[in-house]
Design a protein around this ligand. Structure first.
Ligand code: BGC
Length: 457
């Protein structure tokens, strides 16, 4: 297990010494705007607990709390060869996984395909056709000339889906900027299997699962203390095991109350009714200009897709609308392009090792054609920290809420996703917040033992 004890971030006090007064005031304003104090965090996580319960009730709530029909944890004794397909926002990954006799062991072959940006707003036929083409390529490449039976496939479909069976899923709504007509409200499996059949690909879809459920199950395969699976990436979400007896909306099915079932929370929809999250004017713009305004309120404040956009909106505002006028007299047309900065832009700024923020200076110049002065660089760095820290602290409320709901004093959490993996400060802030007695207590591990992929040249 990878032990990740929280380590405090190095203090950068003192670097603001030569900052003009008006910029300092602006930084103070941004600090007030983006800092969520522990009292508020506690209130958010308490409200979160009641919203999780509401999602499980017959009446339902904002958080969908989708039953996944993934009944209980694996034992580690599972054997066989399976395909897994992960349709992410940036890439499509296909894996072939072999589970041998040895408990908790596995071998994996994987190939990555780019997910063309146009597909996200194209047609349903184009989407399913492209995915089926990638699977066909994978099979042809790794099983050339072999006579294959139908290979079982688990399809990681990382969007909210209503499931009556594990191998079906009606898309509730697109998230993460996807906007393909004619898919919402329908079972996604039939058109997908048709596209495979048209190409004669020898694959049988046996499970449709969310990425959080996949993370929970895969992590628990090697760690029996695993309790929650989280994704902190382009989108954000969590899954955990609930007893059927604690799910009023499944009461009519008369399931064994002690039987566990994985619940895909879809917590990105937390507080869609705007009761508790401290939204800023910038969060409101992100929501308004998104393909699905009014949805995924929590996700839009914390997930990778939106962090760079929030940062960009603040900078444009500081250039145009405040007394401070950063980047005065400069052409900021590149900065004005929506979604031109991704979360890695922010983590690179936070990771700039130089006292004079040389790397940040060079990044702004090369990517945005903006020459930053030293005090502007300080403001930029502070803003990146504030947005990243807010994201991590709010995310911690979700983890803490599940722990509180389940009464876990300690828990292992399997976490994955680009923000978690590539943003060191995010990990630290998340851990520090979760381990604050105010919010809750749990242990976070990033413990999916991925063997190196066997890539053929
Ligand atoms: C989706 C979830 C997914 C999460 C992380 C969200 O936008 O609604 O289903 O688990 O992103 O990928």
């Amino acid at each position: 297990m990878v032990g990740l004890g929280p380590r405090r971030q190095p203090s950068r006090k003192g670097s603001m010494a030569d900052m003009p007064r008006d910029l300092l005031q602006e930084i103070k304003r941004l600090e007030d705007l983006f800092t969520v104090d522990t009292t508020k965090l506690k209130a958010i996580s308490d409200h979160f607990v009641s919203e999780l319960a509401k999602g499980l009730s017959k009446e339902g709530g904002s958080i969908p709390m989708n039953p996944t029909w993934c009944m209980g944890f694996p034992t580690g004794h599972e054997t066989g060869t399976f395909l897994a397909l992960d349709m992410g926002g940036t890439n499509l990954r296909v894996c072939e996984i072999r589970l041998p006799e040895e408990v908790g062991e596995f071998d994996i072959i994987q190939s990555k395909y780019r997910m063309p940006e146009e597909l996200k707003t194209g047609t349903a036929d184009e989407l399913w056709g492209y995915i089926a083409d990638c699977l066909q390529q994978f099979i042809e490449y790794h099983h050339e000339g072999e006579k294959l039976d139908q290979l079982p496939l688990g399809f990681t479909f990382s969007y909210p889906a209503t499931q009556d069976y594990i191998d079906h899923g009606v898309l509730q709504r697109w998230t993460k900027g996807f906007d393909i007509d004619g898919v919402e409200g329908k079972d996604v499996v039939p058109p997908f299997t048709e596209a495979l059949a048209e190409r004669g690909v020898p694959i049988k879809l046996t499970a449709l699962i969310n990425d959080t459920t996949g993370t929970l199950i895969a992590s628990s395969y090697t760690d029996s203390e695993m309790r929650i699976g989280c994704i902190f990436g382009t989108g954000c979400n969590a899954a955990y095991m609930e007893h059927c007896g604690d799910i009023p909306k499944l009461e009519h099915m008369k399931l064994d109350p002690k039987q566990e079932i994985a619940i895909n929370c879809e917590w990105g929809a937390f507080d869609n009714e705007h009761k508790i999250l401290p939204r800023t004017q910038y969060d409101i713009i992100v929501d308004k200009d998104s393909p699905r305004p009014g949805q995924q309120a929590f996700e839009k404040m914390i997930a990778g897709l939106y962090l760079g956009e929030l940062f960009r909106l603040v900078l444009v505002d500081l250039h145009e609308n405040t007394n401070v006028k950063i980047f005065e007299g400069q052409d900021i047309s590149s900065l004005k392009k929506a979604y031109s900065l991704d979360a890695s832009f922010l983590s690179d700024i936070e990771n700039d090792p130089f006292e004079n923020l040389q790397e940040t200076h060079d990044k702004f110049h090369s990517q945005l054609k903006i020459q930053c002065k030293k005090p502007e660089l300080e403001l930029i760095r502070r803003l990146a920290e504030l947005i990243g820290t807010r994201s991590a602290r709010l995310s911690a409320c979700g983890v803490a809420a599940i722990c509180k709901k389940k009464g876990y004093k300690t828990a292992h959490v399997g976490a994955d996703g680009s923000v978690f993996n590539k943003y060191p400060h995010f990990k630290v802030s998340l851990l520090l917040t979760i381990s604050t007695p105010v919010v809750g207590a749990s242990t976070l591990t990033n413990d999916v033992h991925c063997r190196p992929a066997v890539h053929k040249p």
